[in-house]
Design a protein around this ligand. Structure first.
Ligand code: CP
Length: 293
């Protein structure tokens, strides 16, 4: 947190650039779409004076020419990057890639599995908003498509590690069979009564329907889901003003979150995004650098 504080301060300078990673190359390998994470890592690397290169989506020779993942990684590694920042639709790909490169590998989101830097920036945003390092006893409600969500999985691990009490609110079809292995042994409560949970929560974290990963009919309809589990305008009006709402984005307004909820003062989406750059600067600095800040 203290290293991130430094980079929040750097980011607020007129010229938000330090020489910490001068001469290092960071390769962004986004095999799956991203707006926030990719740009955040790119800006973070550039603010540290690293050379940042990479591709996203269909931009590699894997997509159309048939090159294997291993050959792709070994080819890129031969160019000498200090770090590979990897997003992939399949769980476990970043871990597998560590077997094929000497560069540091950072997981920028893999399938249903993990999104560790999202969890780090969420924890930083909560600690900043609350003015306290610990999340001991903080009631966090995670609402929506938990089963398919790497954001929920990494968030539950991080929030419970910092002492928060997590309640998950979702229809049974969008819950995993169990939370074993998600929370390092801390209990995770399950509820299907969103309105009851919203009145008790200190923090509410809606999770969008991960349509790109849903392969079967798990819901009667999107509108019925939104009525039961969306953060609707009525729920925004009933929510205590001090309740913090986080959202990893993209926000699907009218489905998992209404504009009334998205745009209220204590919905901290833009703070999450801003902090994401500083958190990723801290991560890159701790992993790769020791130059001047
Ligand atoms: N939060 C997040 O991972 O957003 P992107 O998919 O746009 O990177």
């Amino acid at each position: 947190m203290r290293v991130t504080d430094t980079f929040v301060e750097v980011s607020e300078r007129t010229n938000p650039r330090v020489p910490a990673l001068r001469g290092k190359t960071i390769a962004l390998l986004f095999f799956e779409e991203s707006t926030r994470t990719r740009l955040s890592f790119e800006i973070a690397g550039k603010r540290l004076s690293a050379d940042v290169v990479g591709f996203s989506g269909d931009g590699s020779s894997m997509s159309k020419k048939g090159e294997s993942l291993r050959d792709t990684i070994e080819t890129i590694s031969a160019m000498g990057p200090a770090a590979l920042v990897v997003r992939h639709k399949l769980s476990g790909v970043p871990a597998q890639i560590t077997q094929w490169t000497n560069a540091s590998v950072i997981n920028a989101g893999d399938g249903w599995h993990e999104h560790p830097t999202q969890a780090l920036l969420d924890c930083y945003t909560l600690r900043q908003a609350r003015g306290a390092e610990s999340l001991e006893g903080v009631q966090i409600a995670i609402v929506g498509d938990v089963m398919h969500s790497r954001v929920a999985r990494s968030g539950i691990a991080a929030f419970t590690m910092l002492g928060a009490d997590v309640t998950v609110v979702a229809p049974p079809t969008l819950l995993p069979p169990s939370f074993d292995g998600w929370s390092h042994g801390a209990p995770v409560q399950v509820s299907h009564d969103l309105d009851d949970v919203l009145q008790k929560a200190d923090v509410v974290y809606p999770i969008r329907l991960q349509q790109e990963r849903i392969r079967e009919a798990l819901l009667p309809s999107v509108s019925e889901y939104a009525a039961g589990y969306g953060l609707t305008a009525n729920r925004a009006r009933a929510l205590p003003a001090e309740t913090i709402v986080l959202d990893a984005g993209p926000m699907i307004r009218g489905v998992h979150i209404s504009s009334e909820m998205a745009d209220r003062p204590n919905t901290l989406v833009t703070q999450q995004v801003a902090n994401g750059v500083a958190v990723r600067m801290a991560l890159l600095f701790l992993l790769l650098g020791s130059g001047g800040v």
